[in-house]
Design a protein around this ligand. Structure first.
Ligand SMILES: Cc1cc2nc3c(=O)[nH]c(=O)nc-3n(C[C@H](O)[C@H](O)[C@H](O)COP(=O)(O)OP(=O)(O)OC[C@H]3O[C@@H](n4cnc5c(N)ncnc54)[C@H](O)[C@@H]3O)c2cc1C
Length: 421
C-alpha cells in the first residue's frame, strides 16, 4: 500500500516534469517490476546444481539450454551483462556457416534460435540449397539485440538459472564433482556441481584447474565493430570493423588494453572526418587466445580432408581463415569436404567431469581458424550440453557416456550428426 502510494507519487512527479509549465501532452510511460531477489543482502550464497556452464556466449548459451532441456539443473555464469558473447557483445552478428555444398549441416538449438531471431525481426534467411560464390554469402544476418532477449527466454524455458557479472575464482575437486567459488560485484557464490562446461572462449576454467592449454606467440587480430556516418540497422546492414592488432582475451588486463586501443582509434577517425559516431559495440571481438589440449587434437589436415572422426558429434564448415597483420586470405575447402568435430576434442586431456565448447576446441592453429565460427561453436555447445547432462544422469564423465546416447539426445533436439546428411 505504502509502495503503491510512493509509485503513484513518483508517476505524478514524472508526468508533472514532462508536462512542464506549458501543460503539454504526457509522454507515454510503461513499467515492469522485477521479483525480489532472495537473500539479496547476504554477501554469499550457495548453490547445488547438476551442470555449471561458465561463459554464456555463442557456445555456452546453447550448451546450457541443451543441458536444461535434457533435465539437468543448470546454472550459467557469465562475466558480462548479456548472453551471446562475440555474437552480441562483440557485434559479430552474422553467424555461419550452417550449410555446406547445398545442404544444411548444422541445425538444432542454435539454428532454431538464429532462425527465430531472423523471423521475429522480419529478416531474410539464406537459401541453403544454393551454393554461394563466396562463403560469407550464406552467413545469417541477425539483430544482435533481439538475439540476446530470445536467448534469455529460451534459457528460462529450459530452467537455466543465469548469473551475470560473475566468474569463477577457484575450482576444487570434490567427491561428487566440483566446488566452484564465483565472484560478482557485491556477492560471492559457492557452487557445488557434478559437471562443468567451460565455454569462456579461452578455456578459463581449464586454466584455473592447471590443465594444459595452447596459446600462440602471436594471436590473430581482434576487430572493433562500430558505425560512422549512417545509422546501424541491426539485422540488416554490416557495420565497420577496425582491426585491433595484439587484441587478446586472455584476462581483464589484455581485454582492457584492446578496448582502449580500439576506441581511441575510432575517436581519431571521427575527428579526422565530418561523420557522426552512430554505433559502437561495448567490446572488441576477439578471435584467439587459448585452446585446450584435448584427448585428441584436430589438425589442419583433418580439417582440410574432412576427416570423419569415429566419435564425431557435429559438422563444421568454413574456409581456413587465419587473420594476420597483413589481413586474411581465406582458403576455401575442396568441393564436397565437410570437416567434423570429435567429442574427444572437447575433453581436456586427462580430465574428468569437465568439457569445453567453442573456439577453445582442441585443434591446431590453422584448423582452429576455420572451426571457431559460430555455427560450429553452437554445434559443439549443444553436444557438450548433451554429454554433460547424460554424464550426470549416469553418474559418470562425458567421455564414458555411450556415444549413441549422446547422438540420440542431440537428434531429439534437432541436431544433425555427421552421417545424417
Ligand atoms: C571480428 C570477428 C569476426 C568474426 N567473423 C565471423 C563470421 O563472419 N562468422 C562466424 O560465424 N564467426 C565469426 N567469428 C568467430 C566467432 O564469432 C567466435 O569465434 C565465436 O563466436 C566464439 O564463440 P565462443 O562461445 O567460443 O566464445 P564467445 O562467444 O566469445 O563467448 C565466451 C563468453 O564467455 C564469457 N566469459 C569469458 N570468461 C569468463 C569467465 N571467466 N567467467 C564467466 N564468463 C566468462 C564472455 O563474456 C563471453 O560471453 C568472428 C570473430 C571475430 C572476433
Amino acid at each position: 500500500m505504502i509502495e503503491d502510494t510512493m509509485r503513484n507519487n513518483r508517476r505524478s512527479f514524472l508526468q508533472q516534469s514532462l508536462l512542464g509549465s506549458a501543460g503539454l501532452t504526457i509522454a507515454s510511460t510503461s513499467e515492469v517490476h522485477a521479483a525480489p531477489v532472495p537473500d539479496a543482502d547476504k554477501p554469499e550464497v550457495t548453490e547445488q546444481v547438476d551442470v555449471l556452464v561458465v561463459g554464456g556466449g555463442t557456445a555456452g548459451t546453447i550448451a546450457a539450454i541443451q543441458a536444461g532441456r535434457a533435465g539437468a539443473k543448470v546454472l550459467l555464469v557469465e562475466r558480462g551483462t548479456q548472453l551471446g558473447g562475440a555474437m552480441t557483445t562483440g557485434g559479430v552478428a552474422f553467424p555461419g556457416l550452417f550449410d555446406a555444398w547445398g545442404k544444411q549441416i548444422i541445425a538444432g538449438i542454435g539454428w532454431d534460435l538464429v532462425k527465430e531471431a531472423v523471423e521475429l525481426d522480419q529478416g531474410t534467411l539464406p537459401d541453403f540449397s544454393k551454393v554461394p560464390q563466396r562463403h560469407w554469402q550464406n552467413q545469417v544476418t541477425i539483430n544482435q539485440f533481439l538475439y540476446v532477449i530470445l536467448a534469455e527466454e529460451k534459457c528460462a524455458q529450459a530452467g537455466v538459472q543465469i548469473a551475470y557479472h560473475e566468474f569463477p575464482q577457484a575450482v576444487t575437486k570434490t567427491e561428487g564433482g566440483w566446488q566452484v567459488d564465483c565472484r560478482g560485484f557485491g556477492t560471492r557464490r559457492r557452487v557445488s556441481c557434478r559437471q562443468i562446461i567451460d565455454c569462456t572462449g579461452g578455456a578459463e576454467v581449464v586454466g584455473l584447474l592447471g590443465l594444459p592449454r595452447l596459446r600462440e606467440e602471436e594471436r590473430q587480430p581482434g576487430s572493433y565493430l562500430f558505425m560512422l556516418g549512417s545509422a546501424h540497422d541491426p539485422g540488416r546492414n554490416q557495420i565497420h570493423r577496425l582491426y585491433v592488432h595484439g587484441a587478446d582475451s586472455t584476462n581483464s588486463r589484455t581485454v582492457t588494453l584492446a578496448n582502449l586501443t580500439g576506441r581511441k582509434s575510432i575517436l581519431g577517425r571521427l575527428r579526422k572526418g565530418d561523420k557522426r559516431l552512430m554505433h559502437l559495440q561495448p567490446e572488441t571481438g576477439f578471435r584467439e587466445s587459448y585452446r585446450i589440449q584435448g584427448e585428441t587434437l584436430i589438425t589442419v589436415n583433418d580439417y582440410r580432408s574432412g576427416r570423419r572422426f569415429d566419435d564425431a558429434i557435429c559438422y563444421a564448415f568454413y574456409p581456413v581463415d587465419l587473420h594476420t597483420k597483413n589481413g586474411v586470405k581465406p582458403e576455401p575447402l575442396k568441393h564436397g569436404i565437410i570437416p567434423t568435430v570429435p567429442l574427444r576434442a572437447l575433453i581436456p586431456k586427462d580430465s574428468r567431469n569437465i568439457i569445453v565448447a567453442g573456439r577453445c576446441v582442441s585443434s591446431d592453429r590453422l584448423a582452429n581458424s576455420g572451426l571457431r565460427v559460430q555455427a560450429s561453436c553452437m554445434g559443439m555447445g549443444q553436444a557438450a550440453g548433451a554429454a554433460a547432462a547424460l554424464a550426470v544422469k549416469h553418474g559418470t564423465t562425458p567421455l564414458e557416456v555411450p556415444l549413441k546416447e549422446i547422438h540420440d539426445l542431440l537428434r531429439g533436439h534437432g541436431a544433425i550428426i555427421p552421417g545424417d546428411v
